[in-house]
Design a protein. Sequence first.
Length: 210
Amino acid sequence: MMDSAFLYLLVGFLACFIGTIPFGPINLAVVKTTVDYDRRSGSEIALAASLVEMLQALIAICFGMLISSYLDSNVVIKFFLAFIFIALAIFIFTRKPKPTLQNDGDRPSSFFRNGLIIAGLNPQAVPFWIFALATISQYFEFQYIGVYLASFLLGVFAGKLLALYGFVVGSTYLKAHLQESSTLVNRLLAGILLFIGLSQGWNAVNSVIV
C-alpha cells in the first residue's frame, strides 16, 4: 500500500509542479508580492494558492466533467469572469508600485487572503485538472479513494508550493533594481490578466452568437 500511495503522491506532485511552471496570474502575483515586499509575503500567496489547488483538483476528480460543461454553457459566469480579470488588469496596470526593501510596519496583512482570491478565480484550474487526470488515466488506473486520494492531493499541494516557492526565491534578484522590476512585473501581470479576461469575454460572446 505504501508503494502505491507514494506513486499517487509522486504523480500528483509532478503534474502540479509542471503545470505551475508556465507564467500565469498566480505565478506573477507571487513574483510581484515578493518584489514589492519580502519572501514571507510571497510565501503567503504561494501557500494560499497551494491550498486552493488541492480543492480544485478534488473538484475536478469528483465533478470535473459536469462543472466543465456547466461553465461552457453558462454565459453569465463567462462574462463575470471576464469583467473581474479585466478590472484586475486595469487596477494593477494603473496602480503605482510601492516597493520596500524592509518590513517598515506598513506591511498589509491580507496576502494570504489575496492568494485565496486569485487562485479561486483562476478559470483555468479545473479544466487543467480535467485534462491532467485524463492524461494520467492513460498511463495509470488510479482510484481516487481513501489514502490514495489523500496522497494524490498531498502531492498536488507539495508540487504547487514548491514550484511557487521557486518563484519566490527567484524573485529576490529583482531587488537590485527594485522600482524598475516592480513596474515590469505589474505590467506582465496586468497583461496576463487582461488576456485571460478578453479570452473569457470572447468565449462568452461566441456562446451568445452560436
